[in-house]
Write a protein that binds this ligand. Sequence first.
Ligand code: HEC
Length: 114
Amino acid sequence: MQWWFVLLMVLAALGCGPSLPPSKPLDQLTPLEAQGRQVFVGRCARCHRVDSTSGLNGPGLFGLYRKKYLRNGAPANDDRVTDIIEHGRGMMPAMGNTMDEEQLQALLAYLHTL
Ligand code: HEC
């Protein structure tokens, strides 16, 4: 193998690998975060992956709050994310009336662990 090829592979591995450290491990979730995960599994998981940013029916949510911006350019914060959950966006249905405030807060706490 040529030395430059090896160098290219190393650079590719560094540059294109997952740029964020892994999500918080499931066995370290607080009770609130674990409750939020239940909400997520029940209502969001059919459309969103949590372990990658690649799409399912919606974009993968890995690292959601660890990136500065959402896909539409809005800042990645609770206000914007709550708005998307409550009112939907594009092909995502509005879910504001499918969960109470407690479930929403738990869900947001869980999303912060991704
Ligand atoms: C029926 C499929 C579907 C379900 C269920 C769903 N979503 Fe989505 N979601 C989408 C789609 C599609 C988009 C992209 C919307 C767009 O920008 O056009 C999206 C976008 C998002 C975004 C913005 C991501 C970004 O980077 O901009 C967040 C956050 C999100 N969804 C969270 C949730 C949460 C939390 C739930 C569960 C309460 C949920 N979604 C349920 C389909 C879904």
